[in-house]
Design a protein around this ligand. Structure first.
Ligand SMILES: [Ca+2]
Ligand SMILES: [Ca+2]
Ligand SMILES: [Ca+2]
Length: 209
């Protein structure tokens, strides 16, 4: 099995392996304007995580220096306005835009290396297409970032046919269950990336199915 080190951050940055996706779950009411995870290079503005026993599969520590901007690629997704009126959220689009602007203005990223999907742009096919775009461009020494702010869900029905009993998903703009992207799907999507430096950020308002 091929292992790579992945990094997830909400209020802190943690590292996980490809088949140990961790979804940080936040209620919509907890999503506040400006509550932006900036832990990419160890500069989180949020509370530090509590000391204690690390979660299984989680690595901790500082991340090495990033490659030059020409070798960094990102997909940033923020969905506040879902299809219909029932499941709309607040601030997920703002958080994605803040993150996009922070990468460019604070960390010197190139806008041409960032695929930004907001609200109706974040249909399932577009999200998967953006991952394909990143896979086509990235190389072994590159840095890859996947940022998602929106609805998520979980299932005990082995929704993705991976060995986990409990599975989690992100929910594209369509909101319907047939469009969910499960952790096993994401693991598969990223399994053949060459980069060993992949950051995942999930700021997820959880639903239960
Ligand atoms: Ca809507
Ligand atoms: Ca499973
Ligand atoms: Ca799974």
């Amino acid at each position: 099995m091929r292992w790579k080190t992945l990094f997830v951050a909400l209020l802190f940055a943690i590292t996980i392996s490809l088949n140990m996706f961790v979804f940080v779950q936040a209620q919509p009411s907890a999503q506040k304007r400006g509550d932006l995870p900036l832990g990419l290079y160890g500069t989180s503005r949020g509370k530090p995580s509590k000391p204690g026993k690390p979660l299984k599969g989680i690595a901790t520590g500082n991340v090495s220096e990033p490659p030059p901007a020409s070798d960094r690629w990102a997909v940033i997704i923020g969905i506040s306005d879902y299809a219909g009126d029932e499941y709309d959220l607040e601030f997920c689009d703002d958080d994605a835009l803040d993150f996009y602007n922070a990468l460019i203005n604070v960390y010197g990223w190139s806008s041409s290396h960032i695929n930004l999907l907001i609200d109706g742009q974040a249909k399932k096919t577009n999200i998967l297409g953006a991952i394909d775009w990143m896979r086509t461009n990235e190389g072994s020494g590159d840095e890859v970032v996947f940022f998602y702010s929106g609805h998520g869900s979980g299932s005990l029905r082995n929704a993705d046919n991976d060995p986990e009993r409990k599975d989690e998903c992100i929910i594209p703009w369509e909101i319907e269950s047939g469009y969910y992207i499960w952790d096993g799907d994401l693991s598969e999507e990223f399994s053949d990336f060459e980069s060993a430096r992949i950051f995942f950020y999930f700021d997820v308002a959880t639903q239960v199915v």
